[in-house]
Design a binder for this molecule. Structure first.
Ligand SMILES: [Zn+2]
Length: 321
């Protein structure tokens, strides 16, 4: 096991892992592979210079449909640790991940959340809605699981990893407080969120919104014409003026909704592009977990008649996306 070699060799080393030769031939930071960008962000934030993290799914990639490539397989079979979401988010990768887990260190980070805190899947029995990152309080638990997985791999760095995680958890608490504050300013009759697929149920539960997805919990389910016309009626009846598109899902269905409402003399506009199952571009604020949620919360609040600063919690959001 790479872990054991690394661990034995590094005991007593207080400084950086870089440039420390290893008899396993794997010098340098712990090699971590994360399936989604959100998990990679948690691993990078907690692990800092002790880890080198590869995210398999970049901005705009749909995890429900993603299948591992040849280079992903190579990355995962040579990684010290693979972190995936679980709860059937990576539906097309399940089989591969199960096999990998028999030979390598693999952790399904969202599956450590107690079942009673999860929402049921409306399409499958005994399954749960996987979109837990939409509720910062639930995501905190995932960050704790990521921290513990890193500590297990690098026990000599427990102190540093714990401190990094604590700082990040504090940021997430701040994000949750900001979200509650700006979202509570949305008027009662406007607290309906219409999106491309059902990724926002945890958001709805956390911040008291009714959430309606055109497609189901997985983007793999087809949106029927009946569903579209049902939602058009609902938009007209409730006078909902904004619907949202998602960065990782085609906006075809959302446009059908807007056209359907227009045909009934009700104007609906796109309230913004939300990051549902993937973060924003690498190297931007929206390309971090905090930035992604700040973006969603700020755009939703402003589009539905609430009050929020145009550039979000920290004044870092890009304008006009
Ligand atoms: Zn999804």
């Amino acid at each position: 096991m790479t872990f054991l070699n690394r661990r034995m060799f590094l005991v007593g080393m207080a400084g950086s892992l870089v440039a420390v030769p290893s008899f396993a031939g794997a010098a340098g930071p712990l090699k971590v592979v994360a399936t989604t960008g959100m998990i990679a962000d948690a691993a990078r934030t907690v692990g800092g210079e002790l880890v080198s993290v590869t995210a398999l799914m970049g901005p705009g990639v749909d995890p429900h449909a993603y299948r591992q490539t040849r280079s992903d397989i190579l990355a995962m079979t040579s990684a010290d640790l693979t972190l995936h979401h679980g709860l059937y988010l990576e539906a097309q990768m399940e089989e591969f991940l199960d096999t990998l887990a028999k030979q390598r260190s693999v952790v399904a980070v969202a599956e450590e959340i107690p079942a009673e805190e999860l929402l049921a899947h409306d399409e499958y029995q005994n399954q749960f809605d996987p979109h837990v990152w939409m509720d910062p309080e639930l995501w905190s638990k995932v960050v704790v699981t990521v921290r513990d997985a890193l500590i297990e791999a690098l026990p000599q760095h427990e102190e540093g990893l714990t401190a990094n995680a604590a700082a990040h958890l504090e940021e997430i608490t701040e994000l949750h407080a900001y979200s509650r504050q700006v979202l509570s300013s949305v008027p009662q009759q406007a607290r309906t969120l219409v999106t491309s697929h059902d990724a926002f149920s945890y958001f709805g539960r956390a911040y008291d919104f009714e959430v309606l997805g055109i497609q189901g919990i997985s983007t793999q389910s087809e949106a029927g014409l009946t569903r579209v016309s049902e939602l058009v009626s609902l938009l007209v009846e409730r006078g909902i003026e904004a619907v949202f598109v998602e960065s990782s899902v085609s906006d075809r269905n959302t446009r059908a909704l807007i056209e359907g409402a227009a045909a009934r003399n009700h104007n609906v506009r796109i309230g913004g592009h939300l990051f549902s199952d993937a973060m924003g571009p690498d190297g931007t604020y929206e390309g971090t977990y905090i930035g992604m949620i700040d973006h969603n919360v700020t755009y939703i609040a402003r589009a539905l008649g609430g009050e929020a600063p145009e550039r979000g919690m920290r004044g870092l959001l890009a304008v006009g996306t």
